[in-house]
Structures are given as C-alpha cells and as structure tokens.
Design a protein around this ligand. Sequence first.
Ligand code: SF4
Length: 411
Amino acid sequence: MIREIDDALQRAADGGRITPEEALLLYTDAPLHPLGEAADAVRRRRYPDGIVTYLIDRNINYTNVCVTACKFCAFYRAPKHAEGWSHDTEEILRRCGEAVELGATQVMLQGGHHPDYGVEYYEQLFGAVKSAYPQLAIHSIGPSEILHMAKVSSVSIEEAITRIQAAGLDSIAGAGAEMLPDRPRQAIAPLKESGQRWLEVMEVAHRFGVDSTATMMMGTGETNAERIEHMRMIRDVQDKAVEAGYADNRVAERGGAGGFRAFIPWTYQPENNHLKGRTQATTLEYLRLVAVARLFFDNVAHLQSSWLTTGKDAGQLSLHMGVDDLGSIMLEENVISSAGARHRSNLLELISMIRSADRTPAQRDTLYQHLAVHRRPEDDPTDERVVSHFSSIALPHDGAADRSLPLIEAR
Ligand code: SF4
C-alpha cells in the first residue's frame, strides 16, 4: 500500500492523473505531510509566482422564501411563513452600491426557490443590477435556481440560461452542489434535483459560454467514498468541457478558466436546521480533502478554501495544502452564518494571513485576473471599512433585515 500511495502522490505532483480509487486511498491513508507536499507541488507548478488571491464581493439574498426545504438549511422559510421576506430591486441595488463603494467587483445574488420567481424575475433583477453597476460581475445563483425558474416559467433549461445570460448573468456560482451522489443528497435535500441533474445544467451552461465554480458541502454524514465520488462526478463533466473546447486547462493555468473555474469545498454548519446532531467534518478531514482535491482535479484551475466555515487558522493552513485562493472578504453573508458560521475577517487581516503563509497576496476579479498584487506591505490597501459582515438575519433578531452597513457585529 505504501508503494501505491507513493506512486499516486508522485504522479499527481508531476501533473499526471490519479483515479478515484487512488484519491480515496490518499484521502484515507496517505501520511499528512507527503500529501500536503504533493498538493503544494501542484500549486507551485500551476502558480509559480507564489500568488494567492482573494476577492471583494457581497452575497446579497433576494428572498429567503423557498419551497425546497433542504434539511441542512437554516436560511429558508416556507411560503407564507411569518419570517419570510423578499427584497425589492431598490434594496438590492442599494446594497450593490454599498459594495461598489467598498471596492467589490462581484455580487453573488442568491435566494430561495420562491414559488413565483420565474425567468422573468431574474431577467429583471440581473438587468437592473447590470444597468446600474456594469462594473460588477454577476456571479450568482446555481443549477437549482435555474431548474426552478425554468419550471415556474415553463421554458427549457437552454432558454432559461440564454435569457438570464442576455440579461446580465456573467457566471454561475457552484451553489446547491451539496453532496452530488444520490444517497447522501437524498438524506439531506430530498426535494432538490439529483446530483446528475445539477451537473447537466452546468454542462448546458458551459456550452453557452457561462462558466461556473463547483462546491462541496462536507460533514452531513456522507462516507469518505462519497466525498471522492462527488469530485469524480465534477471531474468527468469538466473533462467534457475540455474535450469540447469550452475549457482550456492551459489557459486556466494562466489565470482564466472555462467550465468549472474552481473547486470550493466547505463544511456543514450545524445550527438552526433539521440535521442537528450530525457530526461536522473535522479540520483534519477538511485539510486532507483540500489536498486530495488539488491532486485529483488536474482539469480545474483553482482551489479555494473556506475560512468562513473552517476558521481562519484552517484557511491559512490550507495554503500549504494546494490552495491558491482564499475566496472573499464577504461584505455580507446570510446563508451559512444562519447555520452557525461566525468567523469574520477584514481586508487587512486576509492579506496578512496570505503573506504570513509566505505567499504573495493579490486581489482578483471573478475571472481570477489579478487586479492588484501586494508584493510588499507598502503595497497593501488601507481601507479599514472592508470588513466581512453577517446580516442581522443570521443572528438572534427581531425578524427584520438591517438596512445599512455595518450590519450587525459578529460575536
Ligand atoms: S439550501 Fe437553498 S434550496 Fe435548499 S432550502 Fe435552503 S434556500 Fe432552499
């Protein structure tokens, strides 16, 4: 077994492909340091400049009303629930304006599956944001929302995607992937589309030139083999994008990317939802998964870690396990913080985390292009207002969302 582990680590570190069976073996049995070193070798080969990127963006939720009732979700309220809310376009534009003022380059517009929101709603919303703030990339929604809006409007997936793309959608967030294999997905989100269907929507989007990211929520009772199977399903779809010419891994290595631009694993948060008592993924499980992901995804350009769910220490450690992107400052976040994520950071701290891990911090845009490389501390931005916030709806509250930044200080 030791020889099999060494062979797989060396092949992956050299840029070769490992099988799902080898990925599982590495995940469960490879010693931590060689595993991390191999993943870091892949990162260095892809990004020899030593740059680790971050993003300034804002997650804006347009509604918490949802008919899908995922068991792990602390954010949604069923239709007609007294705590259900929807923000009008004016409020969403106000939040976009605040984000632009603080230097954001991207908005993630995310929401529940509102029974009345069809393609027309998203056309109006994306069109309004793009018209008011053309400088903001709309990296938003996910296959679940696309399937839902197509159903509400009785149109095909293809029509839904082309219409929202024309209205202003730039790329699709990897939201809703949760766990893609059937058994764990049925256990935590029985009313959501299957993992296969989630991937089919992504394939259609990639065909139309709408790129995306892919996420994974770990820690709701799935097996190690199911975690690897989740990644296999994504890698197979990305292979198709590469074969068809929608994604070019060589281009991806230079910073741009097609198909799935990044893989973003995060850990389930256990508060205020129907899966109470489930074991969360441990930090060690998370770091091992991150390293295996870097070795397994030879066709996905970027690997992002989730400091929001795992904590800043684990986020910084992940930079030694193959990660090249620390994600966003998150000027606003409601969904995961509703389930208990309380980690919080600011621009200066995120940059410091990257630099003290012996990497060069750089602000990126949605396409992973470098907007500002902070080679020396003297190059660092100084805007102390750029701080992650949890909205009032994510903390004990009176049911109303705050209307201004700062929202509510995290504890
Ligand atoms: S995760 Fe999304 S689809 Fe599931 S209940 Fe929450 S808001 Fe609805």
